[in-house]
Design a protein around this ligand. Sequence first.
Ligand code: CTP
Ligand code: MG
Length: 219
Amino acid sequence: MHAVAIVAAAGSGSRLGADRPKALVPLAGRPLVSWAVEGLLAAGVADVVVTVPAADRAAFAAVLPTEVRLLDGGASRTASVRAGLAAAGDADVVLIHDAARPLTPPGVVARVVAALAAGAPAVVPVLPVVDTTVVVDDGGVVTGSLPRATLRRVQTPQGFDRAALIAAYAALPDGTELTDDAAVVRAAGVRVHTVPGDERAAKITVPHDLVLAEAQVRR
Ligand code: CTP
Ligand code: MG
């Protein structure tokens, strides 16, 4: 089974507020994108495509292994993944990963790949929700609560049968922006399976997340 990984790394990281694109921000001295790519390679996924901000391509090339292919991303994550999919070639399965999840353990990648190999058309790593989760109105007043036992937090990499993913993106109306790829295939009627995620695969979104990741690397 030939797997290709597409790493979405073309975001600016506005919530992190660093002086460079988020994927180039250092974690223990190495850019987030380097950590993310190495996790994929360590899990045995050798074919890796990274979508980058067009203006920063040289900076990404300088920090990534030469066998990693770089492509210009787009203005949204959805557009960046679309750009990456054009390079999926004849792979059987596609993993879509976020550079913003630098410390994703190879075991998470392996679980996603194993579920695809077992025949799942779409697979996401998930974690339970530990906080009580409520719904609020425009004024911030609680109007309801969600049954926590049925909720999951979704991580990356997310894995897909290549043909199913490409068909789902082709069917997604232009301009529709979804925050993950499983939502795209679900909109096309594909069953999305789950495997256990890992707290260490947490996403770097705000500065505090970087503090936690630094602590994780040091321990
Ligand atoms: N991403 C991308 N292309 C974009 C926007 C996001 O490839 N136009 C990628 C980011 O690089 C990141 C992943 O999608 O690895 C998840 O997005 P997010 O955490 O929201 O990153 P940013 O969009 O960069 O951050 P922010 O929303 O705070 O600006
Ligand atoms: Mg974003």
